[in-house]
Design a protein around this ligand. Structure first.
Ligand SMILES: [Ca+2]
Ligand SMILES: [Ca+2]
Length: 201
């Protein structure tokens, strides 16, 4: 004997009740806490998981310690401005009425005779000039004075080279916030040199 139990049963609507229980989280009981709460990082440091990530040149729990760089690497040299005439108001290459052919000299102390760094020559130049040969170049004695000079190459024309101008600077004195560029600007000489630099610790 068959009992077609489904056929004769009255149609039963099935009501499915889904109870969605929103468990109200009590924020006061949250276990996660901000590990950086109350941690202040100095000198541009940023807090991560309770510790300060210090920018280059700074150390310590709060980045409170400024490090002393041991050297400075010059990665680029740009002369954005140089005097248009020499000290007698003549064109730098008056003999053929052309522009100067500048190169860069970098020496420890006030010396101008090449002994450390000499860049390539840019012929018949107009500003701005960019130098890249033999760079990067690292200065090790950065608490001492260095001279950087712009010199017109005249030797190839049978004359003595002419110093167009320059700066005497102590690299360590530019270490405030360890800039990526050092700007050497003189209104007296109409000369501006920008050094792209990396501080080494
Ligand atoms: Ca000249
Ligand atoms: Ca020249």
């Amino acid at each position: 004997m068959n009992f077609p139990i489904h056929q004769n049963l009255p149609r039963i609507g099935v009501i499915v009740m889904i109870l969605v229980v929103f468990a109200c989280s009590d924020k006061d009981n949250t276990l996660t806490t901000d590990a950086c709460y109350g941690t202040s990082c100095l000198n541009g440091g940023t807090c991560l998981n309770g510790s300060c990530n210090c920018p280059q040149g700074y150390a310590g729990f709060h980045c409170e310690t400024k490090l002393t760089p041991v050297s400075l690497t010059i990665t680029g040299i740009e002369v954005s401005l140089f005097p248009l005439t020499d000290f007698s108001d003549n064109m730098w290459d008056a003999s053929d009425r052309s522009n100067p052919d500048p190169y860069i000299l970098l020496n420890p102390g006030p010396a101008t005779v090449f002994s450390y760094y000499k860049s390539e020559v840019v012929n018949n130049a107009i500003a701005p000039l960019s130098y890249s040969n033999d760079l990067p170049y690292t200065l090790s004695n950065i608490d001492q004075g260095w001279s950087i000079s712009v010199v017109d190459d005249d030797q190839s024309e049978g004359y003595q080279d002419q110093i167009m101008g320059g700066f005497y600077f102590t690299p360590i004195s530019y270490d405030t916030d360890f800039p990526q560029t050092i700007e050497l600007i003189s209104s007296v000489q109409s000369l501006s040199i920008t050094l792209a630099v990396i501080w080494n610790f």
